[in-house]
Every structure is written in C-alpha cells, then in structure tokens.
Design a protein around this ligand. Structure first.
Ligand code: NAP
Length: 343
C-alpha cells in the first residue's frame, strides 16, 4: 500500500478554562502505509478511541505534570483499540487487535509499541470494551476499590460521577462485595441507571441538591465508610464532614477542578485527624501489572451477566472533539467512546 489520506484531530492551541471544539481541528493528512525499513514500530488502523478526563491536563502547558502536554499543531493521542497493518514488534502480526496509546487519526505509526496490549478477542464481548471495562477505566475501578479502599462487608460506600466509565464499575464491585452503595450523578436519567441498571442501593442528582451536607445526612444517617472520589471540590468537602471513624477516601480524580484557573479549597481536612481517615490518591499507570489478573476476573463476570457496562458511542473521528469536551459537561451517559472504524 502507498500513501493513504489520514484524517487527524489536531490540538490547535493550549487551553485555558473549559476546552471547546474550536481548540481542536480536523485535518486531512497523509500516511505511508508501510513501516520504515528496520522500524520496530507498529502501523495500525484505529477502530475505537477512548475519551478520558485526564486528557484535559494534556491540553494545557502544565509544567511538572505526571504526563506530557500535547503539542499544539500535532495530533492528539490517547488510548484506543486498533488493528495491526504491519508490525516491527515480534509478537504482533497483521490483523492482530491491540489496545494502548495511539493517535486520534485513522491510521497511526506507533513508535513506542511496548505500550500496546494484544487483545485475544473472543467476539462474545464488544471490542469497544477495551477502551472501558476491559481497559484502563476497568482496571482503575478494580484497583481503586479493592486495593485503595480496603473494603469490608457491610461498609457504606459513596461514589461520585457514579454513572461514568469508572464509577458504574466501582458501584457494582462494591455491591457484589456486600457494601451499601449510593452514587451521585448529574441528571435524573443517570440516577435512574445507577438504581435500575447498576444495582446501587440509592442515588441522587447532585445538581438538584443545594445543600450537599443535608443530602449526605439523608442518604447516610450513620456516615460514610468509603468515598470513591471522582470530582473533588465541594463534594469532597461535604463528604469529609460525613465520614465515619476509620473511613477511607480514594482520590481517583477531581474533574470539577480540571477547568478552573484556581482550585477550590477543601475546608474540612481536620476531619481526617479526628476520625482517623485515610485519604489516598492513586494513578492507574502504576498498576498495569495487575491487568492480566483483572482481565481473568472480569471476563467471566461479563459473560455471566454479573457485571454490566454502559457505553456512550459517537460515530466518526470528526465527532471526537465534541465527545471529549462533553465529559466536562456531563454529556456522556456511561463510557465515552468514538468509533473511527468498526473493522
Ligand atoms: P466519566 O465519569 O465517564 O465522565 C466524566 C463525568 O464527570 C461526566 O460525565 C460528568 O458526569 C462528571 N462531571 C463533569 N464535570 C463535573 C463537575 N464539575 N462536577 C461533578 N461531576 C462532573 O469519566 P471517567 O473516565 O470515569 O473518570 C472519572 C474520574 O476518574 C475523573 O476524575 C478522571 O480523571 C478519574 N480517573 C482517574 C484515573 C487514575 O488513574 N487515577 C483513571 C481513570 C479516571 P455527571 O453528569 O454525573 O456530572
């Protein structure tokens, strides 16, 4: 194969505040569908792209972040599912399916192919799941809940952004472990999913709760043992005041702060002392080694229908900017995926 047109999503400029579609553009590039001589890279056709909140970080010029910023004028990169066209990596062959870091474009030459994980696709689970329940969000929920939260049967658990890619799984893991689980989400439709699809004991629309402290006193009259935090800010503050003795807080993310020029303060930290609460942040990038074990655990649960997963799928690479910025407005219902091609 020779030169091929290659539609790409470019970051136009660094972003301040909320990202908008005009911070990105669709460009018609070209790619040589042949590996350069001697390359150990992997040439792929991209199928499904994952939209993830951490990508907002990469859209600004932040010094000293745990992850590099995108370069204005260059193709955005992120996690995705791809099909191998040609491989310089010994264990990958043409037509193999992989997930890992790729470009927001139709075809990519991946020059750090060690980040790619080969998918043993069995056709009884959707391939797009490797951006979500079978990818990093799934592993995040698993490690975050079982390792960071140290759950005990009967614990009361609160999950914020509970209908999202990670949250819907945290809730289901906690329920199956024997915990009492309440989630918050930003619409009645999402709260309905929490209670009727994911099996949460209860849920509330935080946008309609003007007094979060009162809401927690209503949903957790005896307090919260575990908080799985996805949003930070005022929610974290209100939770702190409602934690129980020896509670655990897993700081997975703080999406309510990502677009603010200056983070909101958290005022109730003294609760950590008085109630001997452990609050721990974690990055899933440190737990890649647990992925095979996680996969072995989760696949049978999906097949037996014991765990369900909701995705929000947008068709077409050109819709990727809209899908990405939608995360910061709660537009996605479930895991946000963009389909570039289905095979
Ligand atoms: P997601 O929940 O599928 O999507 C983001 C959701 O966040 C939106 O749908 C929206 O839902 C909610 N949201 C947006 N702005 C908000 C605000 N100002 N206040 C409250 N909620 C807001 O995303 P995800 O992939 O599962 O990620 C969830 C969190 O986990 C993020 O903070 C992310 O950075 C973090 N994360 C961390 C790791 C790690 O390694 N530590 C790995 C993966 C994800 P509502 O409609 O409910 O508001």
């Amino acid at each position: 194969m020779g030169h091929q047109t290659n539609k790409q999503i470019i970051l136009k400029n660094y972003v301040n505040g909320f990202p908008t579609e005009s911070d990105m553009e669709v460009r018609n590039g070209a790619i040589q569908l042949k590996l350069p001589e001697g390359s150990n890279g992997v040439l792929v056709k991209n199928l499904y792209l994952s939209c993830d909140p951490y990508m907002r970080n990469r859209m600004s010029n932040i010094k000293g972040s745990y992850i590099d910023s995108f370069t204005p004028g260059s193709t955005i990169t992120g996690f995705g599912v791809s099909k191998v066209i040609e491989s310089g990596r010994a264990d990958l062959n043409k037509d193999d399916l992989v997930w890992g870091l790729t470009g927001w474009e139709e075809y990519s030459l991946i020059t750090a192919p060690e980040t790619l994980i080969k998918i043993q696709h069995t056709h009884d689970v959707p391939l797009s799941y490797y951006t979500g329940i079978l990818g990093l969000p799934g592993l995040t929920a698993y490690v975050g809940f079982y390792d960071i939260c140290s759950p005990k049967k009967g614990d009361t658990v609160f999950v914020s952004a509970a209908s999202g890619a990670v949250g819907q799984l945290v809730g289901q893991f906690a329920k199956s472990f024997g915990c009492y689980v309440v989630g918050s989400a930003g619409s009645d439709e999402k709260v309905n999913l929490l209670k009727n699809k994911f099996g949460f004991d209860d849920g509330f629309n935080y946008k309609e709760e003007h007094d979060l402290d009162a809401a927690f006193k209503r949903y957790f009259p005896n307090g919260i043992d575990i908080y799985f935090d996805h949003v930070g800010g005022k929610m974290l503050d209100a939770v702190l005041a409602n934690m129980r003795l020896n509670g655990r807080i897993a700081i997975c993310g703080m999406i309510s702060q990502y677009n603010l020029e200056k983070s909101e303060g958290v005022h109730n930290l003294m609760e950590l002392v008085a109630k001997r609460i452990q609050m721990k942040g974690f990055l899933i990038l440190d737990s890649y080694h647990l992925y095979p074990k996680y996969l072995e655990t989760i696949l049978p649960l999906i097949r037996e229908g014991k765990i369900v997963y909701v995705e929000d799928i947008d068709e077409g690479l050109e819709n990727a900017p809209k899908a990405l910025i939608g995360l910061f407005h709660g537009r996605n219902v479930g895991k946000q995926v963009v389909v570039v091609a289905r095979k």
